[in-house]
Structures are given as structure tokens and as C-alpha cells.
Design a protein around this ligand. Structure first.
Ligand code: MLT
Length: 263
């Protein structure tokens, strides 16, 4: 893993392979290793970039409050540092919120967009309250306190039953993060802009993906989001919850490969 000093923080990243760049943006409260299966699959034909958001994995948190717009700026600065002008951006869940924030600010740097298990609308008041409570819990009791809450939300019933190693891997990722990084991201998600209006302005090729068993962002909502984007493709990954790239990597990679081949 490499480190780059950008935007006042140190970002831990991977940059592998050659070809058109594709950047994978990780979910909450995980880290860039959630994309291991995608790095391996796509670096044969693409330049694949993954990194830890500020306050996650091996990236530092910095002094500014985390927001999705700050995440977008961090990404822009990292791409500058790597000499990448234009890339396919694939964001999953919180990564999708940041991908939309990035598109709002830096649309001319996005050649194609992949929005997985994410949503454009902002949090409800009730949703925000739940985030503030979780931030408090993380600060008081540490990342491990989130494991029991998050695992059944993130992982689909089929995977939980058939592949317990996925839960262990997700637990390790959650516990790799700092409590303050997690808390800041929760506050940043709670305060994020509504991106519903942005959807009609997206004019690059777009793929929307949803796990069939995703309870956090159900496929019906993802489908509605795809319908609001001009000519977006929509794919459901069966037997997967909120993390189809880990739960059903073969199918997840297949729909992305198909999409990229048609660009
Ligand atoms: C994620 O997977 O990034 C989070 O579940 C997103 C969220 O809590 O809204």
C-alpha cells in the first residue's frame, strides 16, 4: 500500500494495472480492502485505484470535519497526485454518496459512473438521529461496538447462512478503523446534500447495481434512482445484500465488465 500527502492528510492507496482508470470508493464503516476482489479482477485490463477515506484504514483523519464534499475534494487531489484526469468512478453505499458529491463538483473528470447499493436522497430526521447516536456509541465504546449492529445490515441473509467468512472479513474491516474516523463519517453522511436533482444532470454512461437482499438500499429504490438518470443501466445481484462485491464477486465483476466493454 502506498501513501500520498494530499489535501492536508495522508491517503493510503493502491494503484495497479494499466489502461483506462477505474476508481473504487469504499463503504461505511469499512476500508479499501473491501475491493480486493475487484483489484484482482480488473487490474488485468485497467488501471485500478482504491484508497481509504480520511479516518479509515490507514489514511489519517486530518483536522477538518468529514463531509461528502471533503471526500470528493480528497479524491480530486489524489487523482491530481496520480496524474489521472479522467476515470470511471465506482462508489458503493457511502462511496456512492461521495461519488455523487464528486460528480457534482468534478463532472468533467468522470468518464463513467457506477453507483452500487447507494441512494441519492439525503437522510430523514430520524435517520440523522440514528447516525448521531451511532457516532456517540463509536466514540464511547470504539469500532467493535458497531460490529453487531452493522453485520446484519451489511450482509445478506444468503451470505450470512452460507459464507460466515464474509462476516469475519467485514468485522476485521470495521475494527481496523478509528472511532473518531467512524464518528466523523457518520456526521458527514447525516449532513450530506440531497443529490436527487443531480440525477437528471448525469450525462456520462452510468450503471446502477443493487444486491437483491439489500435492506439498507433496496433494489426497488436503486431502480428508481437508475430511472432518473438518462440511459442508466440497472443490474440486480441475486443472493447478495448491501455488499454484492464481496458477497457475489463473480456476478458483481461480470456486470461491471459488461458495462465497461460497452463504453
Ligand atoms: C455504507 O454501507 O456505506 C453505509 O451503510 C451507508 C449508510 O449508512 O447510509
Amino acid at each position: 500500500m502506498k501513501k500520498a500527502a494530499v489535501n492536508g492528510i495522508e491517503i493510503a492507496y493502491r494503484d495497479e494495472g494499466d489502461g483506462n482508470p477505474i476508481v473504487f470508493l469504499h463503504a461505511f464503516p469499512l476500508n479499501q480492502t473491501m475491493w480486493d476482489g475487484q483489484v484482482k479482477a480488473f487490474c488485468e485490463n485497467h488501471r485500478v485505484i482504491t484508497f481509504d477515506w480520511r479516518g479509515f484504514g490507514k489514511s489519517t483523519l486530518g483536522t477538518e470535519s468529514t463531509t461528502m464534499n471533503l471526500f470528493a475534494d480528497d479524491l480530486a487531489c489524489l487523482l491530481d497526485a496520480l496524474g489521472v484526469d479522467l476515470a470511471t468512478i465506482c462508489g458503493l453505499s457511502m462511496g456512492g454518496y461521495a461519488a455523487l458529491a464528486f460528480y457534482r463538483k468534478y463532472a468533467d473528470r468522470v468518464s463513467a459512473l457506477i453507483l452500487a447499493d447507494t441512494r441519492a436522497n439525503r437522510d430523514t430526521e430520524e435517520g440523522k438521529r440514528a447516525r448521531y447516536e451511532m457516532a456517540e456509541l463509536a466514540r464511547k465504546s470504539g469500532p467493535s461496538a458497531l460490529v453487531e449492529i452493522m453485520i446484519p445490515r451489511l450482509i445478506g441473509a444468503t451470505t450470512l447462512q452460507n459464507n460466515p467468512r464474509v462476516a469475519k472479513r467485514v468485522q476485521n474491516m470495521i475494527e481496523s478503523n478509528s472511532a473518531e474516523g467512524i464518528a466523523q463519517a457518520l456526521l458527514g453522511m447525516a449532513e450530506r446534500d440531497d443529490s436527487t436533482d443531480l440525477l437528471a444532470q448525469i450525462n456520462c454512461p452510468t450503471l446502477v447495481i443493487a444486491g437483491s437482499e439489500d435492506k439498507l438500499t433496496p433494489p426497488s429504490e436503486a431502480e428508481k434512482m437508475s430511472e432518473a438518470i438518462c440511459n442508466a443501466n440497472f443490474e440486480v445481484i441475486s443472493g447478495a445484500g448491501h455488499l454484492p462485491n464481496i458477497e457475489q464477486p463473480g456476478d458483481f465483476n461480470r456486470v461491471i465488465t459488461q458495462f465497461l466493454n460497452e463504453l
